[in-house]
Design a protein around this ligand. Structure first.
Ligand code: NAI
Ligand code: CS2
Length: 489
């Protein structure tokens, strides 16, 4: 079967939305680092909207800092791909044309640096996962001793890390008399702009103090809150779409109708006239905190408990009344720790969130969300627990979610089936847990794991007791029984 491409666009079925602009005439104002599924269904759509509105400055040069997979899917398709929006019953298809090129950084570091240093480039977006920033999850400081970071500290000729690419390109821009670009982290990290800025400034300082000062005064690293559920594409998704389109699209993404991008009003250069789904605002933190603690906190709880109970997808976990009860209880706990923005109606947000999780056509795998827990737990669950404890409030549901994460580290589900713990700290976590003989010992080992657990929780007797209680139940009876017990059954 032929592939989706410029040549096959005109033959697509009439109900597929197509780029409404001349792709050959667009320039690339955006460089994106980490072209995974999320970028293709979120930021790229926002820039595609700007292109459709007639501003042809917002094409994208995208890069993968690791593998050639996405480039190999997109290059034969002239950078085109389909976004499928599934609302639970109907499905809409739209071809996105914003991505002009995909660079595989390890194969072409000079090409990526040239794109970043181009006079056309005004904005750099990043979705490199939480671990890509090379920051300690508990403290947010650069991970000293990380080999890739060490290489970038030694030389920036062919950078290894995202902060390395940004520093090297900013040095080229400064030398060429160009302004810096606005660098926008779109990963689910707390204060993601500040974290990215700190990583870049710290690395720049190791090379050239004047460069670091220039970036600090002239550059911009807005905070953002990003939200759209974008599950990984499956081979089945690609096969079903090929039937519908009559051409194959290996780079397709599937998502939900909901889209939100809250960006701090801190740009150092041009930006598009943002349209639907984007808010530019002075204060992102309240949005970000609400999203991380409500959506992502419960997502992680659902992923570990559902994964242990051998349930593949989020919507299937929520078929269980005891799982819904748990999610509502976790939200009750998290909600008291928030200072929501005035525009956010938390009760309505919770109702909408449950409906989003219930979407049966997204098929969001619990295993996908369970990945990289060590990088996710601090902002999703542990900060919430610390705030509850400080206020003298209970942590029943939140600590059950953390206990399920601890249980997940054993690498075996409730049916005795082994799973890979996909986490950059998996080996260290496994070493710390395997030396522990009892449930109490395992909890104590986790509490001492200071890359993830902050001191205030490591020393909390209340947190320790809650973890021991839930972990003991998960270990003896499994996730389904523990959820039922949580509900008082
Ligand atoms: P994906 O697996 O499709 O893509 C991940 C991208 O990150 C790939 O380009 C990969 O090469 C890159 N990457 C991974 N580790 C890296 C490292 N150590 N250094 C540099 N690059 C690295 O995942 P997806 O769905 O695109 O999600 C990526 C991130 O986007 C998430 O971790 C999250 O922070 C954020 N996000 C994802 C949402 C989703 O529903 N998928 C929604 C909101 C945010
Ligand atoms: C999920 C998020 O994979 C995960 O850890 O919790 O990627 C989630 O889908 C997004 O944050 C939704 O905006």
């Amino acid at each position: 079967m032929s592939r989706l491409s410029n040549a096959t666009l005109a033959a697509l079925p009439a109900d597929v939305a197509l780029p409404g602009y001349d792709r050959a005439a667009m320039t690339c104002g955006v460089v994106h680092l980490g072209i995974g599924a999320f970028h293709r269904a979120h930021q790229a759509v926002v820039f595609d909207d700007a292109l459709n509105a007639g501003d042809l400055r917002w094409g994208i040069v995208a890069a993968s800092l690791r593998s050639a997979g996405v480039r190999d899917q997109m290059a034969p398709q002239d950078g085109l791909y389909t976004m499928l929006v599934r609302d639970g019953s109907a499905e809409q298809a739209r071809v996105i044309g914003a991505v002009r090129d995909v660079i595989v950084a390890p194969q072409d570091p000079a090409g990526l640096l040239a794109a970043l240093a181009s006079v056309d480039t005004h904005i750099v977006t990043l979705t490199i996962t939480e671990k890509g920033y090379k920051l300690d999850p508990a403290t947010g400081a650069l991970i000293e001793g990380d080999p890739q970071l060490a290489a970038d500290i030694a030389s920036l000729t062919a950078p290894q890390t995202a902060p390395g690419y940004l520093v090297a390109a900013l040095a080229m821009r400064k030398a060429a008399g160009l302004p810096p670009f606005t660098a926008i982290s779109c990963d689910n990290l707390p204060h993601n702009g500040t974290r990215l800025r700190n990583a870049v400034l710290e690395l720049a300082r190791r090379h050239d103090v004047a460069l670091a000062d220039w970036i600090a005064t002239q550059g911009a690293f807005p905070e953002t809150m990003v939200d759209r559920i974008v599950p990984a594409t499956t081979a089945d998704d690609i096969a079903v779409l090929a039937e519908r389109l009559g051409v194959e699209d290996q780079a397709m993404v599937k998502t939900e109708p909901f889209i939100q991008w809250v960006i701090e009003d801190r740009f150092c250069g041009p930006r598009p006239e943002f349209g639907a789904g984007v808010q530019v605002t002075a204060a992102v933190a309240p949005w970000e905190e609400a999203k991380l603690r409500l959506l992502n906190g419960s997502h992680s709880g659902i992923a570990y408990l559902g994964g242990l109970a051998c349930i593949d997808h989020v919507h299937e976990v929520l078929v269980l009344p005891e799982a819904r009860f748990f999610v509502e209880a976790l939200w009750d706990e998290a909600q008291t720790t928030l200072s929501p923005p005035p525009e956010l109606d938390v009760a309505a947000y919770r109702r909408e969130l449950m409906a989003r999780f219930d979407n049966p056509t997204l098929k969001h795998r619990t295993r996908q969300i369970a990945m990289d827990g060590s990088q996710k737990l601090p902002q999703r669950l542990l900060a919430t627990i610390a705030a509850r404890l400080e206020a003298g409030q209970g942590i029943d549901a939140l600590s059950l979610a953390v206990a399920a994460w601890v249980r997940w580290q054993a690498g075996i589900d409730d049916a005795g089936v082994a799973h890979v713990v996909d986490d950059p700290l998996a080996a260290q976590l496994s070493a710390c847990l395997s030396a522990a003989a009892t449930t109490q010992d395992r909890v104590d080992a986790i509490l001492r794991f200071d890359a993830v657990v902050p001191p205030v929780l490591a020393s909390s007797d209340i947190f320790r007791a809650a973890l021991i209680r839930w972990l003991a139940q998960l270990e003896s009876g499994g996730a389904r029984k523990t959820l039922a017990a949580f509900r008082g059954e």
